[in-house]
Write a protein that binds this ligand. Structure first.
Ligand code: SAM
Length: 285
């Protein structure tokens, strides 16, 4: 009898994945963590019943999460990753040879088990001396720290459970105090087709704090419901106006091999479908 992993993250929409072998299943201090084999996606990590990352499609998500803000900025020295305990964002960030990164995740077990069972995702990032790992609530961390970063990547679970605070106006305001002048924040902001309200909430909350707020999109096969939106927030309006040729120069200099990201896709990702634009501009009742 084949066991099936059944994700019911969005009302009326389920994702069913055949479970080959369950490699790990435990309630950590914070979340229900499961890692299992699937014949299409390879090893899959879920937290509280929601797919977090899979071996075979994580490159799309993590390349777009890291390279879009870093290549648009062009002079990144320090990156803060809130969440991201699977190490995928850290892996892509550290491909930029001159940067240092800080990863703040609430759940040490996610980090340890991702390294153990899904090592291709972090690909050695956890052992890179340029990465500082801090186990803490990201919301409290940005409130307490006096450090600043050029890029802040909010690689959180969805706004339920421990991840909920990472979508609050208070958290975004505290992140802004941790950003260097002209720095940029990018967020995991869900699939607009089934998470439109979350998208609009982030848009409004970030819009109250930053001069330039938008989204860019990429389709991640294991995230059900269509293309995923990454939130974009900065006071430097020029970052989104960068020429493709300039991006291509920086991409070449960075000498990074990618499977999804390209300067052309970077630019195109910011072109939002009309239904997403309507979510952002609709009159609020
Ligand atoms: N790609 C995934 C997605 O789109 O949902 C996110 C992946 S990553 C595994 C999510 C991480 O957020 C987890 O490691 C979890 O422990 C972390 N997390 C959740 N709430 C947090 C909080 N308040 N502070 C820091 N990390 C948090």
């Amino acid at each position: 009898m084949i066991e099936v992993f059944d994700e019911d993250l969005h009302a009326g929409v389920n994702l069913a994945l055949e479970v080959g072998e369950i490699l790990y299943r435990e309630k950590t201090e914070h979340q229900d963590l499961m890692i299992f084999e699937n014949n299409r996606f390879g090893r899959v990590m879920s937290l509280d019943g929601a797919v977090q990352t899979t071996e075979h499609d994580e490159f799309i998500y993590h390349e777009m999460f890291a390279h879009v803000p870093m290549l648009a900025h062009g002079k990144v020295e320090r990156v803060l990753i809130i969440g991201g305990g699977d190490g995928g964002a850290a892996c892509q960030v550290l491909k930029h040879k001159t940067v240092k990164a800080t990863l703040v995740d609430i759940d040490r077990t996610v980090i340890d088990l991702s390294a153990k069972y899904m090592p291709t995702v972090s690909d050695g990032a956890f052992d890179d001396p340029r990465l500082e790992i801090i186990v803490a609530d990201g919301c409290q961390f940005v409130k307490d720290t006096d450090q600043k970063w050029d890029v802040i990547i909010i690689d959180s679970t969805d706004p339920h459970g421990p991840g909920e605070v990472l979508y609050s106006a208070e958290f975004y305001a505290d992140c802004k105090t941790c950003l260097t002048d002209g720095g940029v924040i990018v967020t995991q902001n869900g699939v607009p087709f089934v998470q439109g309200e979350e998208l609009r909430n982030s848009y409004d909350r970030l819009g109250a704090l930053f001069a330039d707020v938008s989204f860019y999109m990429a389709a991640i096969p294991s995230y059900v419901g269509g293309a995923l939106a990454f939130g974009w927030a900065t006071d430097n309006k020029d970052l989104r106006k960068i020429e493709t040729g300039k991006l291509a120069e920086r991409f070449l200099d960075a000498d990074i091999e990618t499977g999804y990201y390209s300067p052309e896709i970077h630019q195109a990702a910011f072109v939002l479908p009309y239904f997403v634009q309507k979510i952002l501009t609709a009159e609020k009742d």
